[in-house]
Ligand binder design. Structure first.
Ligand code: BTN
Length: 162
């Protein structure tokens, strides 16, 4: 795939490709047959919901791939009242991939736990994005003897709500 198309598309978030020079335009044209829309970039920024009903919002991704956001979980392993928590992450944007890999950490405001998520942003044939993730939730325990029960693992799939 031609990087020129991908980087142009990242800005546009549409299936339209605009290339800055004739050479680049040619390269872009060669990568797609007439009448076929180009696959669009999967973009992390926006609001997402997972199958548990948890919501998160991811800010714009900066030039280094870094981002921040907020997470409102629908469930908790505690008996505390759930509050919105901050998240911080980065995507691998070295090569402007169309379906980037990423990771982020949620530092829970209402418990002493942290969750790390890793995943990949996918775009299906209908232009619907999803984030396929795996997570590790580390709970605070009183001593190393309780370490064995301190980490939970799971998967979440997020779909865009905004
Ligand atoms: C806690 O219970 O200490 C903090 C909340 C943890 C919520 C977990 S993180 C992984 C999973 N995915 C969610 O959306 N919520 C749970």
């Amino acid at each position: 795939m031609f990087p020129c198309c991908e980087s142009e598309q990242q800005h546009l978030r549409t299936s339209t490709v605009m290339c800055p020079s004739v050479t680049l335009a040619l390269m872009c044209l060669l990568s797609v047959s007439p009448g076929t829309s180009l696959p669009t970039l999967c973009v992390l920024s926006g609001s997402w919901r997972n199958e548990l009903g948890s919501n998160m919002t991811i800010s714009a991704v900066n030039a280094e791939g870094g981002f921040t956001g907020s997470y409102f979980t629908a469930v908790t392993a505690t008996n505390k009242r759930i509050l919105v928590s901050p998240l911080k992450g980065s995507q691998n944007s070295k090569s402007q991939r169309k379906q980037p890999t990423f990771g982020f950490t949620v530092s829970w405001t209402f418990s002493n736990s942290v969750t790390v998520f890793v995943g990949q942003c996918f775009m299906d044939d209908n232009g619907e994005e999803s984030l396929k993730t795996m997570w590790l939730l580390r709970q605070e325990v009183g001593s190393p003897f309780a370490d064995w029960k301190a980490t939970r693992v799971g998967t979440n799939v997020f779909t865009r709500i905004k």
